[in-house]
Ligand binder design. Sequence first.
Ligand SMILES: [Cu+2]
Length: 484
Amino acid sequence: MAISTEPRITDNGNTVAAGPGSGSLLSAFAALAAVAAFVLAAVAIIVVSTKDSGSPTGAAASASPPVTVTLSEFSISPNRIVVPKGGKLNVVNNGSQVHNLEIKEGPKSKDLKAGESETLDVSNLAIGSYEVVCTIPGHADSGMKGTLEVVERGGLVASDQASAAGHDAHTTPDYAAMDAKMTEGINKFLDAAKSGQPLTKGTGNQKLAPTILADGTKQFELEAKIAEWEVEPGKTVQAWTYNGMVPSPWIRVEPNDKVRVVLKNSLPASTDIHFHGITTPFNADGVAPLTQPYIQPGETYVYEFTAPGRHELGMYHPHNHGHIAIPNGMFGVFQVGDVPLPTGKVVNGKSLPDVIDVSQELPMVLNDAGVIGLSLNGKSFPATAPIVSKVGEWVMVHYYNEGLQAHPMHLHHLPQLVIAKDGFPLESPYYADTINVAPGERYTVLVRAESAIDVGAWAYHCHILNHAENDNGLFGMVTAWVIQ
Ligand SMILES: [Cu+2]
């Protein structure tokens, strides 16, 4: 697809020249921060030394306050933990999910629920550098990793002592370096959009053509298997997939169709398929061992049902081992017919036309965990595909959340007309710029650029800020809507 409208961002495009005095102000601030860190460290040492008048080194170190380490989605803060030999960590989960802290070749905290904390004794660790991670699947890949430095107390510099006293090191972030990485990522994305050359191998949501049997039954063949999947340039993971793609192949049938889904299990685990949001008979609900036997590795299983007599918009994924298989990539769109259009309705005083000609229908499948991590349609920015449309075109997007968290999906400038929830058409469609999609939910929206003022590459992202940006620039749940 050719994109000619938006300019490439130059390397100095968002660099503001430092005015006279701004440098000195910055260095004055840095000096102040260093003084503050030193005072904090001095206070900590004084407290320690008044408590421990007897044995100076070992006891002083062991009596120093634990170093606070904060876990959240998806970071370990501080990222470089500095602790004096003989010290302790106070591990606090400030996130909304379960996290832990494991020191490679050292102790590990228990799984901490949101708000829980644990004091982790690291006094047995020798002086040196250790890797730390959260071992909940996918969390390290999403950013929960760092280092722990065990140092002699005398070897601490002022910022390390502030860190050891329970404060983050007050080093000034290198904002200019962050801007350079931000620019680089956006340029990669825009260059790929212009050339039409994707940055990564593999495209999900490819439509799966059925085999039509003699009685008209539509037969779909799926193989559950582990396959390599490139989530972002240079990051290839062992994904759990149907037919080797993430999201899984897009399956579409019509109301009252006879449907046959043949599943070969090439996973190392038993499995099943749940057709989420699709009306099926009990024995095709895909909840092993409740509604069917486990499908063991190497086995093939057949689901047979007649599609409902009305449109439905659902997804398919395993139910058994779902908390492992789904975050790792096993999720796809299962659609029966078309979501009805709100033709002729009046929304916010605006009459919708009697004919709405939808030029593109696009799934937007959200995930945030497992080996796939924070992603749109199985890709992390800058590998996410942009949506490209022209002024006057009606584009339909279906959101599907297969992740563990809700994601408020925000499109800049262009209002999203919400027309269906979980495939059910709304009596009163509404406009929104941010649509919060919770796990399991589907929302269907229409977007239409109306005039020349709409032309541009508009940011389109999850508005939980650390699902979209980190110190390396944009990542994860970010793409753009390009209006030509
Ligand atoms: Cu999000």
